[in-house]
Structure formats: structure tokens, C-alpha cells
Design a protein around this ligand. Structure first.
Ligand SMILES: [Zn+2]
Length: 120
């Protein structure tokens, strides 16, 4: 049986919390089949007490009692869905970061490459 991952808590876990860092979203879903990094199993008490860090959004999914075999793939697909829904435009995460970097450096000019000293 899986246990709650909160410090000093020994209750059985009933849900898994996944962080989608790119979108500042925490997804609380059914207990994942496998424990993974960035996933935290929580008990009923800590699920109820869960609060998102400042600026973060928590998406809560009611566990489906009919479905006793959630897989990590389900959770991953869910995280992907949230990621897609939260994205205002169709740009991969990596490019988003590059674009933000570029914007901050917008005041800098790109200089032409230096001449080859051999030909000078
Ligand atoms: Zn707990």
C-alpha cells in the first residue's frame, strides 16, 4: 500500500499530485500506478488541505470509484491535456522559453560576424 508523502504522515495515499511546472499548475488526480519524480501521493487529509503555491492553479479531479486501475499513462495524458489547455498559442514549451529570453534582450543588436583576420 502506498503512503502519503507528506512529512510525518503515515496515512494511506488516495490521490496523486503532479506538478506541471511550465504552466504553474498542480493536477490532483487518482492515485498513480507507479511513484514517479514530481508526483506526490497524498492521503484524504492532505488532499483536503492542499493549497497551491502563490501564482499556481490546482486542478482537482474527483477519483472515480469505478476505475480501480489508474495508470501513470493516464496521469501523464492528463498533464498533457492541462498543458495544452493552458497554452494560449501553439508553441512548444522550449520555444516559449527561447522567445521570452529573446524579448528580454530585445534592446541588444546582433552584430555581424568578425572578418577573418587572415584576409584583412
Ligand atoms: Zn497525509
Amino acid at each position: 500500500m502506498r503512503r502519503c508523502t507528506r512529512t510525518a504522515c503515515n496515512r494511506p495515499a488516495i490521490a496523486t499530485l503532479t506538478y506541471v511546472y511550465a504552466d504553474s499548475t498542480a493536477v490532483l488526480g487518482p492515485l498513480a500506478t507507479y511513484a514517479e519524480p514530481h508526483c506526490y501521493d497524498l492521503c484524504t487529509v492532505h488532499v483536503e488541505r492542499l493549497t497551491a503555491p502563490r501564482g499556481w492553479e490546482v486542478v482537482r479531479l474527483a477519483p472515480d470509484p469505478e476505475d480501480l486501475g489508474p495508470t501513470s499513462d493516464d496521469l501523464e495524458a492528463l498533464a498533457d491535456a492541462v498543458r495544452e489547455a493552458a497554452r494560449p498559442r501553439d508553441v512548444p514549451v522550449g520555444q516559449d522559453v527561447l522567445r521570452a529570453e529573446h524579448g528580454r534582450r530585445g534592446h541588444l543588436r546582433v552584430l555581424p560576424p568578425l572578418e577573418d583576420p587572415v584576409d584583412a
